[in-house]
Ligand binder design. Structure first.
Ligand code: AMP
Ligand code: GLY
Length: 416
């Protein structure tokens, strides 16, 4: 079976990395891809937001499955266009992806399904948001209702900052602050059957010690040795299955990847957010531990046959990923700088550690140069978190990119 992956970040590189190791996969294609993905898949230029263009490319490549990576094409209806062309697609319809596309809609679905989440108000005017901020008190949590590429959420003790963010957005969700550690749990679903993956933890803040601005994610690890072994089942029963059931009940079934961002508060598990796609960088560590070949899992979700899938198999070991970000990320990342040391990682650290590209491209002379905020992530596996972490940081040490920064404390506490 030929597979076409849509997107060009480290998440899509991780997907292609896993799919390229699956004997069921014939040709592996990615559009648009990036400099690293080109080593494991044929890459093709495409406007990833244009469903007809993606469907035409899939037909030309004789794809038996299209996997849509990022949220923007999903919200734009790319999965609908591919499905309408009669090609199985892993990824929700535009209507179902609205679970990520609108935080207010996600709250409405959670309320209907009885899913635990932060109490919130949807506010369309400054007077409404001011009243909500006063009602909850600090720390203030203000979320842009729509997709905002990781920049939509402000958590602050400063009422002026909270107000300014609310005034800068058309519609916001103001909600209660949730304390406690965050966990990302992904589930694959065909709209009915829900199959959870292994939990991971993401590091959202730019700097060590959870300092600095929120980012798309600076690193991740899995498993979570500190978490209650019953956590996955609890989230299945209270969050994932009820949400999938509610979406089906509404006539807009959700198939693809449902990402639950969770806070483990002193009062129990609460949903922080839903995403309609694999998370980045958590996917890098979750897929590094998946032993079941990936293509069959994604195809079963795309074709409504997940109930027949045997239980997923997982490595007992651990995986850690560390994001290397460009100078100035997240505010104003610098691009166009050469990245050195990638060959050294391939020669010295593979297969336990490897580089997944995100914001990279080949320049006119064939050099790999930076082309985005999160430039690459180094992923490593090991018998335990300590070993995976050592391997990841050893490989990070071989990569050089002028002005780049990365966190040095990914998985440090969990590794003990
Ligand atoms: P979101 O895009 O909704 O996941 O928000 C991004 C990040 O903001 C989350 O990963 C949390 O670290 C933080 N955040 C979001 N909502 C809350 C909340 N209600 N309480 C505390 N932190 C939050
Ligand atoms: N790691 C956060 C996200 O993918 O949204």
């Amino acid at each position: 079976m030929n597979i076409l992956v849509i997107g060009g970040g480290a998440r899509e590189h991780a997907l292609c990395h896993a799919l390229s190791a699956d004997p069921a996969v014939g040709e592996l294609h990615c559009a648009p891809g990036n400099a690293g993905i080109a080593a494991v898949a044929s890459t093709h230029p495409v406007d990833a937001l244009d469903g007809n263009a993606v469907a035409a490319l899939a037909r030309r490549l004789d794809a038996g499955l299209v996997v849509v990576g990022p949220e923007a094409p999903l919200v734009a209806g790319v999965a609908d266009a591919v499905r309408a062309a009669g090609i199985p697609v892993f990824g929700p319809s535009a209507q179902a992806a609205y679970l990520e596309g609108s935080k207010a809609f996600a709250k409405e679905v959670m309320a209907a399904a009885g899913v635990p989440t932060a109490r919130s108000y949807v506010c369309a005017t400054a007077a409404e948001s001011d009243a909500a901020l006063t009602a909850f008190g600090p720390p203030y949590v203000v979320k842009d209702d729509g997709l905002a590429a990781g920049k939509g959420v402000v958590v602050t003790g400063d009422i002026a900052v909270a107000r300014a963010h609310a005034r800068g957005c058309d519609r916001v969700v103001v909600e209660e602050y949730l304390d406690g550690p965050e966990v990302s749990l992904f589930a694959v679903t065909d709209g009915e059957t829900v199959v959870p993956l292994q939990p991971a933890q993401d590091f959202k803040r730019a700097h060590d010690g959870d300092e600095g601005p929120n980012t798309g994610g600076m690193g991740a690890y899995s498993p979570l040795p500190w978490a209650d072994p019953k956590l996955v089942q609890e989230v299945m029963d209270t969050v994932l299955q009820p949400t999938v059931d509610e979406m089906r009940r509404r006539g807009t079934p959700f198939s693809g990847l449902l990402y639950a961002g969770l806070a483990l508060t002193s009062r129990g598990v609460r949903v922080v957010e839903f995403n309609a796609r694999f998370g980045d960088p958590e996917t890098q560590v979750v897929l590094a531990r998946l032993r079941t070949p990936l293509a069959g899992v994604l195809l079963a979700a795309a074709t409504g046959t997940l109930a027949d899938l045997p239980p997923l198999r997982w490595s007992d070991g651990a995986a850690v990923t560390v994001v290397v970000a460009a100078e100035g990320y997240p505010d104003a990342p610098r691009a166009g700088d050469p990245i050195e040391g990638l060959d050294a990682v391939a020669a010295e650290d593979a297969p336990h550690a490897y580089v997944l590209h995100a914001g990279t491209r080949l320049d006119d002379t064939g050099r790999v140069v930076s082309a985005g905020g999160r430039v690459l992530s180094v992923t490593a596996t090991g018998a335990d978190l300590a070993q995976a972490r050592d391997r990841a940081y050893r490989a990070v040490g071989r990569v050089s990119l002028a002005g780049s920064h990365h966190r040095t404390d990914i998985a440090a506490r969990a590794a003990g």
